[in-house]
Ligand binder design. Sequence first.
Ligand code: AMP
Length: 219
Amino acid sequence: MDVVILMGAPGAGKGTQAMRLSEFASLPHVSTGDLFRDNLKRETKLGTEAKGYMESGKLVPDALVLDMLFDRVAKPDCAEGYILDGFPRTLPQAEALEKRLAEVPDASVQVLDIEVADEVIVERASGRLLCRSCDSIKHKTFSPPRAEGVCDACGGELYQREDDRPEVVSERLAVYHEQTAPLVGYYDERGLLARVDGGRSPDDVFASLRGLYRRRRGA
Ligand code: AMP
């Protein structure tokens, strides 16, 4: 089982790259942010519980995230592996994943960290557009859709995330540095980490990720 973890600050390009890598590797893209947004849209109990945290840029408590994530990766489409986007985000989440994968005999984990400077993050988040139907990601300036407000991939409606407002983005960045960035060291110590420069175009970043992914698989 091949598990790929995409790490990076909010807006580093994890979602965009995870979708591309998912297609390339034929492994499902599992985004905890998308799973929460879906629960929010459907007004489930979990969605209601997660809402306040998400809107203020805080992390949803580990217990809620872990139940949701482990349910998702237990589905048959994840049997060969999966691409994680937005998980793990805390040390307890990383430890819970490690414990779970220790029970899978052929599990191989690879962590790809997309590195982007904080100034770039804020600029990217402020123009980000998301499709309500298929979760595709575009950008007002850097990757505009062919028709305004319409998803190129599925024709769905594009919208701006509530938590991409500048004041929430700064909170999300602070949370990232405090709680998530230490995981880079955690995975580096275990020899699982590779870094890519995320300040380049999406195509260039993807070329690096694809190269690293293939090298690892072929090894
Ligand atoms: P994302 O789409 O990955 O930026 O996630 C959006 C929001 O969902 C985050 O700001 C958190 O509030 C919540 N969230 C997503 N993944 C996690 C996670 N692994 N742990 C805690 N909260 C999360």
